[in-house]
Write a protein that binds this ligand. Structure first.
Ligand code: PGA
Ligand code: ZN
Length: 426
């Protein structure tokens, strides 16, 4: 690949914060654009975004992209995306991408992936499938329909209440139709149950005030009742729930929970509701909490204490690591060796390059973990994660509620991929 220009500009994300957009050009009129999202409940082990001294602007990141990075990638040819990503990492020279910033590096890496796909004459999802030896397939939709935690001023303790639509062999057209119906129905139910106007959270889901921890589960369980193939999932984002100054004591609404209390709360919720998946049930460094809950889910008859769920019986089967593993291949390998979870969130901007994202997926797969590709709470209209999830045939994708254009774009891209795939098969 011979790149002839690299131009970085600033755009706004869904929270109105500046972020990076990169446009690459190659001979023969080839071009590609990418922009990157940002998180709010970020894991402390993530690669580092480059922000200006005010903690907000990206002018320093743009300056580096339009000088050093542009000079590097236009100065030589790259046979593969891996070569290009490795050159970017070498130019950065830090273990956490803090010099050039994970935001700038990832924007170039995603745009370059699109260029390589165009050069090969295949859609992006197919290119990613080929690069990772994957069989493309429709991911389940883990749709965050009720937003809480850091995404809604902690009026609700858990950050994300998701409905899971889709399953083995089910196409996105069907699962998205089911999700759209549920989403509309939920608005009416919430207006009735919570009174009047329902406010919105950061990820395009509803964000009303509930009086109890159980209430959103009751509403969602009722909503999916009698509709086959649907289940519930949460992202507890428990790093955000730690009591101030504590490492294994949590605060939800006005109550303090020890690690054991929190496990008991999950056990009760799992027994009362069709809760199939819990992401970040404990804080990013509470390995003991992760270990306990995973042991009980994966081996329900283990003598480690209270039983949380039984695999295959419609209750809890996935313990999903996010802040614990931050899409970092080494952290995923270590967590898998310690049996801390059985599924993982993959967010390209947590690690900062496409090549490392594919490596993270490979390690998770080798350990038998399920993979859920995810957006961030500050999003742009870039749809890379849709191609990544479909191309790699991951278990699921988190792309948010349907009230924000930037979230919808991801679902629309999944539908478009499905049409491209059908057409290619004819
Ligand atoms: P974030 O939240 O993008 O604000 O980090 C998403 C998540 O925790 O999964
Ligand atoms: Zn999360």
């Amino acid at each position: 690949m011979h790149i002839i220009s690299c131009k970085a500009t600033e755009i706004q994300d869904t929270r109105g914060r500046p972020t990076v957009k990169v446009e690459l050009a190659a001979p023969g009129g080839l071009w590609a654009i990418a922009s990157v999202p940002s998180g709010k409940s970020t894991g402390s082990h993530e690669a580092k975004e480059l922000r200006d001294a005010d903690g907000n602007g990206v002018s320093r990141a743009l300056e580096l992209l339009n000088s050093e990075v542009s000079t590097l990638i236009c100065s030589r040819d790259f046979a593969t995306l891996r070569e290009l990503d490795e050159a970017l990492l070498a130019l950065d020279g830090t273990p956490d991408k803090s010099r050039l910033g994970s935001n700038g590096i990832l924007a170039v890496s995603i745009a370059a992936a699109r260029l390589f796909a165009k050069e090969r004459g295949v859609p992006l999802w197919k290119y990613l499938a080929e690069e990772s030896d994957s069989t493309p397939a429709a991911p389940r939709l883990f749709a965050n329909v009720i937003n809480g935690g850091a995404h809604a001023d902690f009026r609700l303790p858990f950050q994300e209440y998701m409905v899971v639509c889709g399953g083995e062999g089910q196409v996105v057209e069907e699962s998205f139709a089911a999700l759209s119906d549920l989403y509309k129905e939920l608005r009416d139910v919430l207006a009735r149950e919570c009174g009047g106007e329902v406010s919105m959270g950061d990820e395009g889901g509803y964000s009303p005030t509930f009086s109890t921890i159980e209430k959103p589960f009751e509403i969602l369980a009722k909503l999916i009742e009698g509709k086959p193939g649907l289940s519930l999932a949460i992202d507890a984002a428990a790093s955000e729930l730690l009591a101030p100054g504590e490492k294994e004591t949590y605060k939800l609404l006005d109550r303090t929970y020890s690690r054991i209390d929190l496990l008991a709360l999950y056990a009760n919720l799992t027994q009362a509701f069709p809760l199939a998946s819990i992401e970040d049930p404990f804080a990013e460094d509470d390995r003991e909490g992760f270990r306990n809950i995973t042991a009980q889910v994966v081996c329900p008859l283990s003598p480690h204490g209270e039983r949380v769920g039984v695999r295959g019986e419609g209750c809890l089967s996935l313990i999903v690591a996010d802040d614990l593993t931050v899409t970092n291949p080494a952290r995923i390998a270590a967590a898998a060796q310690e049996h801390l979870a059985n599924a993982v969130i993959i967010k390209p901007n947590q690690i900062g390059s496409v090549t490392e994202t594919l490596a993270a997926v490979r390690i998770a797969r080798e350990n038998g973990w399920k993979i859920i590709v995810s957006h961030r709470s500050d999003e742009t209209d870039d749809t890379f994660i849709a191609d990544l999830a479909y191309g790699l045939g991951t278990h699921g994708i988190k792309a948010g509620g349907l009230a924000q254009k930037e979230r919808l774009e991801k679902y629309h891209r999944l539908l478009e991929i499905e049409r491209e795939k059908e057409k290619a098969a004819q």
